[in-house]
Design a binder for this molecule. Sequence first.
Ligand code: ARG
Length: 588
Amino acid sequence: MKKIIDCIEEELGAAFEKAGYEKSYAKVTISNRPDLCEYQCNGAMAGAKAYHKAPFTIAEDVIEKLQEREYIGEIEAVKPGFINIKIDRKAAAAYLNAMKESEGLGIEKAAAPQMIVVDYGGPNVAKPLHVGHLRSAIIGESVKRIARKMGHKVLGDIHLGDWGYQMGLIITELKEREPALAYFDDAFEGEYPEEAPFTIGELEEIYPTASARAKEDEGYREAALHATYLLQNGHKGYTAVWKHIMKVSVADLKKNYDNLNVEFDLWKGESDAQSDIPAMIERLKAEGFAHIDQGALVIDVQEESDTKEIPPCMVQKSDGASLYGTTDLATLVQRQRDYKPNKVIYLADKRQELHFLQVFRAAKKTGIVPEETGLSFLGFGTMNGKDGKPFKTREGGIMRLENLIADIEEEMYKKITDNRTVEEENAAATAKLVGLAAIKYGDLSNQASKDYVFDVDRFTSFEGNTGPYILYTIVRIKSILNKYAAEGKELAGLRIAAAKSDGEKALMLEAAKYNDVMAASYEELAPHKICAYIYDLANAFNRFYHETKILAEEEEETKKSYLALLLLVKEILEACIDVLGFEAPERM
Ligand code: ARG
């Protein structure tokens, strides 16, 4: 469906033209004086210079010529030349009824769906997931869902960090502890065991132990680096250990991401890109894109318009080893071959911005992806504790994701059982849903690039700009709708009538913005816009709820219209939290 603001703009544009002015001046925006009007147009002010006329005269001319109108209700020229607009109440109701009937609540899906890869999550295998990976997963999942909602074909790829030094560390430590294992016997010819020589619990102990030892012991570090090198060059036994590490870790990662309602289509990783590296490097050298600089092989990516120095993208170290950028370029080679994406969106800490700039430029310059492929980097800020420093446990250690989730769930469980609105047997499941909403909304409601403070007390509150408040509003609506349905009455097919009060109209106007907000949050890769929107929508609903007797309304037709509106608002809120990656319980 056309956006409601565009419907208004079109009517006003026709009037501008009729009055002899360019219709491009008829730009309509949401009013910044909601006490006076709902929408406004400042075009008369902008046109004053071009037409050598007082803006107020232009505004009056336009209003006089406004003939055919459906959406524009009250309209007024105010000095010095603003045009203030209120939407026609019947038109607003008709718009909402059309939304109810349209398939995706009025969303205008992409006419030409694009193939989009979202590269997010990016955990490093064998290292426990920590809160730093939380943001990538939460924001990426939302971006993926928003793009899908807009009609695109989207693949979410976890892009595991599964090929680095941490693997060499684990192999080295394992070898020290159990040298007799077949993996370390170069003469071994048989089949390696199916069973991994460690559990996830052991693995999570092995890695930090090895990492700490390598920092103290130079010989140990050398051994780990060498093990990494051998693994990356196909050592049979080490490859078998690596496969065990992968299997055990991926099972654990899946469990964690499931708990977060985060779902990847592709479980590829850095290791998958390795087979494409040699041919890529050969081509880059042969075609003159890469050259040796201080022993390393690099691609220059500086552009004339740059105001600061952009260092070259390094693709091979002097010892022949490849780097983070090499892997990302080879991954693009592969994505281009397998999916021909129109767009690739990367999520990572914003401190990786330069890395991605270099990779994107190198990929375009060398033709790894076509010029028109969209490569975007969505860099996110740090999740801090109340002290303004990166979030830690109470003891000052790195907070594990599982523990963070468990803490929030516990807090939610307390609140929910205190409220006594949920039966005991459902309390844990409800706490899980609401807890997840608290975490995700707490994160997503901030602009991704900003650092934010993870404030458990605030995030879990049922009041204010929080996930639980949004869910509480949905639950409230559900309970009204359920009561009506329990009287044996039918909700489907009810129609929304023109608003009877200002509160109802305000709620209707918020509801009508849904398709506009979804499109904008896709364009700008900005889930926080959806959060801001549902907060406004929830507030508008709660105001209406407090001012209006809904089920006690005596006039049957009015009551039905209220319920039709409630149903629509519920559907919008649910569609929005779905793209944010959480859901509402029946009660809370
Ligand atoms: N594993 C990386 C990290 O922990 C993030 C990966 C981001 N994606 C990419 N294609 N480089 O920082």
